[in-house]
Structures are given as structure tokens and as C-alpha cells.
Design a binder for this molecule. Sequence first.
Ligand SMILES: Cc1ncc(C[n+]2csc(CCOP(=O)(O)OP(=O)(O)O)c2C)c(N)n1
Ligand SMILES: [Mg+2]
Length: 369
Amino acid sequence: MAQAKATVKIEELLRPDNFDFSTVQIMDEEGKIVNEALLGDITDEDMVKFMEEMVWARELFERSTALNRQGRLGFYAPTSGQEASQLGTVLATEKEDFLLPGYRDVPQLIKHGLPLEKAFLWSKGHVAGNDYPEDLKAYPPQIIIGAQYVQTAGVALGIKKNERQAIAMTWTGDGGSSQGDFYEGINFAGAFKAPAIFVVQNNGWAISTPRELQSAAPTLAQKAVAAGIPGIQVDGMDILAVYAITKAAREYAVAGNGPVLIETLCYRYGPHTLSGDDPKRYQPEGIQDEWRAKDPLIRLRKYLTAKGLWDEEKEAAIVQKTKDEVKEAIKAADQVPKQKVSEFLKNMYETPDFVTQEQINKFEAKENK
Ligand SMILES: Cc1ncc(C[n+]2csc(CCOP(=O)(O)OP(=O)(O)O)c2C)c(N)n1
Ligand SMILES: [Mg+2]
């Protein structure tokens, strides 16, 4: 990680001509505040809330992994290690903001109002998992790497044209930042001063491809320069830094200044997805331990415990609550009638083309036997 900034002001970073891409940090790995000035109006209560949410996310990961192993979920991309990056960004949004997540960004959707049961149905590939509550401003997770960046530019432009005080927020990975859609999205949003927050969660790998092979650029944040928008690199294991920068970026965008690109330096513990890759085959030995030492929960836990604001009992209560929540949600998801192949096909187009209609007829005949 590049040298952490100590004194920089957020206003200096939130400029299209900012060329300082060193890593913003507020709380270091030991749980010490190293940048009081950037802390702004984040209170002790906020920090307790951040801790609760990260404990929730870590437990959701644990439970989802277990459910996946039992064959009760389908596709699942682990989130463990990325809690500060995911929650620090989404907790800085408002209900009116529109989210365009990638496949790993399910926790953000749940925090924005997606019922957990729906998230599980999505994992199982059930179409009901894409049927969102009316008041939830979000799209289902994008699987096509980077595609959500172009969509975000469009959604943000819509928000601007409708004169709403909101933003569109999206996430992709270090791998996603190499896609054409990434550049098109940030460029278009920049040209139209559309209120978008583009997050690149740089967890060091795109499946087995290391960050160094994605780009010769020393940082991913600096890609913002070509689009004429501010780019900021943040310690993605420090929820205070992620939150403070995202909150300021949101205000900047809502005020009509245009989009912001935020690169969060983070790490995913474990495999890319639970579909079978083995990180031991492509990551250097000992890397997991290096990142464990930077864990976002450990550092905030240390800080809050020292202040008497956190203890084991509090944490155990959140873990238990999450377990109960997961139990209820998976039960509800299991009770939704299984999706038929014909239904899946019917959902492809509003009016099926000839070939799809033939397939629908074929499967309906089978299913009705
Ligand atoms: C356009 C496209 N190409 C390839 C893939 C296959 N694929 C799925 S995830 C992934 C790696 C993405 O890595 P990154 O953007 O760093 O995100 P991370 O999974 O690390 O969060 C690839 C290549 C895809 N889904 N879409
Ligand atoms: Mg990655």
C-alpha cells in the first residue's frame, strides 16, 4: 500500500485536477486514528453502527458459505475481507440513491433494502430473486464484468435530468477496471457531469489474474484523470476512510459537480467464488496472513473496545441475530415454488421469438406430464 496521507483535506482530493493518488487512511491497522481531520462528523455511535454492520456481513458470509456447501444456495462470491469497502461505501448512501452492484456486492443491496430471502433466491438462480420491492432503487447484481459502469452513467444522467438530489453508485473490481465499459462509463458521466460514484474494489486479483497484469497504471484511481473527474485511492480495510471519502464524494456529486472514482485497496479471503477456484494455486504463500493483519473488523474492534464501546457480548448478540435472520430467510426462500424451465424461458423476452417459443412449448409439455 502506498504511503498513507496524514494531513490532506477532502476538498483537495475532490478535484478533477487532483493528481495525488496516495492512500487515504483514517484508522491504521492498530486501531489508531491517524487522521483526525478527515474524521469529520463521524461519531462514536456511527462507529459502533459500522462495527455492527461489519460483524453482520462477516457472519452472513460464514452462513452463506455453509449454506452453499450444503447445496442450499447456488452462485456465491465470498465477501469476507471486503466489509469495510462494501459497507463503508453503501452506508454513505441515502435511500433515494440508486445502486448498481456487481455479483460480490450483495451485502450492499441488503443494506439498501433488499430482503435477504430475495438475495438467496438470486443465488439459487430463481427469477423471483430479481423481482425487487417497488421502493428499492437498485438493479440486481451484474455478472458481466464492468457492464454496470455504463448503466450507472445512464442512471446518473436520468437522476440529473429529473433534478433529484441523489446519486447512482456502482462497484466493480480491479479486473473490471480494464474493461471498455469502465472507461465509457466514467467518461460519459464526466462529460455530462452526471452524479455517479464509481467504486473500484481493488482486491488484488481478478480470479487468478493479479492486479499488476491488469494495468501498467500505478493506481486505478488515476484512471479518473482521463475522464476529467476526481479519483481517490482509499485504504479499503479502513471503514472510516471509505465512509468519509464516499460521503464527501456523494455531496460533491449531488451538488452538481459530476462523478467521482474511488479505488478501495482491499482483499478477499478465500476463493473468487465457491464454484471451485483455489487461491493457493495463484496467490503467493503468506498473503492471506498479511491481509488478516489489516482486517477491518480487528482494527475497529480494538478501537471501540479500548473506548469501552464494544465487547464480546455485544458481538455475540449480533452474530446470533444474523444467524436467526439467515435461518428465517433461507426457510422463506426454500418455500418459494421451484422455478420451471418453461418459466425461465418465458422470462427471457416480453414476446418470445420463434425458437424460444418452441422451447417453451417443449418444456411445458414435459412439465405437465
Ligand atoms: C465480460 C466478462 N468477462 C469475463 C467474465 C468472467 N469473470 C467473472 S469474475 C471475473 C474476474 C473479475 O475480477 P474483478 O473485477 O477484480 O472482481 P472481483 O471478482 O475480484 O471482485 C471474470 C473474468 C465475466 N463475468 N464477464
Ligand atoms: Mg478483483
